[in-house]
Design a binder for this molecule. Structure first.
Ligand SMILES: C[S@@+](CC[C@H](N)C(=O)[O-])C[C@H]1O[C@@H](n2cnc3c(N)ncnc32)[C@H](O)[C@@H]1O
Length: 274
């Protein structure tokens, strides 16, 4: 999984234990980010719905939550990853903007990212493998970036890991289906339930995820947007449509309150104590 601000890596065992102890069989992860928490609920047998505003998060949710890992043709997936891994470098928008005008990735990796992303769009757009391949590419790029974990800036000297070759891996998918929903939690929440357990982990400050991770937004959208600033952020980062009420000190508390009120959650049957 990618490096992600506010990701709940260390809390996963505790959150999983709460899920199990509650006897829940269904769960909602309303601000799913990396989908790490949703994955833990799914791993423990839950029917999970994962929601987020960010484009990259929706791709992760399609891959890790919505798709039944057992339904994937692993040979077809291996062949696709091998094919993509062997493509000749093809420097394009990604290399120019994120490796030359800025220094988020080394150009030799950027040119491979360009080639692989073009091929995913051209050859797999209609395939069930699409979100899996895209997840694999984002996670591979994250392992060779030159940042401190957010994309508002890059490191002056190339990071150690940026010298490594981009390596596509098979994402560790889970058996069972789930649901990925892209959009605003506060608008969707009424229409999602019911669930036995809901987990809400909204942003904590004014820093916006779609700008902190603007390169993943562009890698998913693949629209070669206009950009601005040293970090070459997408021009649509300035649009109201990409802003979140949860980054506003004034608007966040009442919206969070209303969102919690609207969650349709009621307990499952608790397991008998042993
Ligand atoms: C603290 S992070 C969640 C981290 C996640 N629990 C994890 O472990 O990866 C908050 C998430 O809220 C998302 N977000 C921000 N505003 C949102 C909104 N209005 N509706 C849904 N998701 C939103 C961000 O994209 C970000 O992924």
């Amino acid at each position: 999984m990618i490096k992600y601000l506010g990701s709940k890596r260390r809390l996963i065992p505790a959150l999983g234990d709460i899920f199990t102890a509650s006897g829940a069989t269904s769960a909602l992860d309303l601000f799913t980010g990396t989908t790490r928490v949703a994955q833990e609920f799914k791993r423990r047998g839950g029917l999970v719905t994962a929601v987020d505003l960010a484009r990259y998060s929706d791709i992760f949710a399609q891959c890790y939550i919505a798709l039944d890992g057992d339904s994937i043709d692993t040979r077809e997936l291996d062949d696709a990853l091998t094919h993509l891994s062997n493509l000749a470098p093809e420097p394009g928008y990604f290399t120019q903007v994120f490796c030359e005008e800025s220094r988020f990735f080394q150009p030799f990796n950027g040119a491979r990212i360009d080639a692989i992303r073009n091929a995913i769009e051209a050859d797999y757009k209609e395939s069930p493998l699409y979100p899996i391949l895209l997840t694999s590419l984002i996670e591979a790029a994250d392992r060779v970036d030159s940042t401190t974990g957010v994309q508002m800036a890059y490191i002056k000297q190339w990071s150690q890991r940026s010298h490594n070759e981009l390596l596509l891996r098979v994402p560790e998918m889970l058996p069972g289906v789930g649901r990925a929903v892209k959009g605003r939690a506060e608008e969707l929440v009424d229409s999602l339930g019911p669930f036995n357990l809901a987990y809400l982990d909204p942003p904590y400050n004014q820093h916006r995820y779609v700008t902190n991770y603007h390169i993943w937004e562009t890698l998913v959208e693949w629209d070669a947007p206009e950009y601005y600033g040293v970090a070459c952020k997408r021009i649509d980062s300035r649009d109201e449509s990409t802003k979140s009420v949860f980054n506003s000190k004034r608007a966040m508390p009442p919206t969070l309150f209303q969102t919690i009120q609207s969650v349709n959650a009621s307990p499952g049957r608790r397991p008998k104590p042993s």
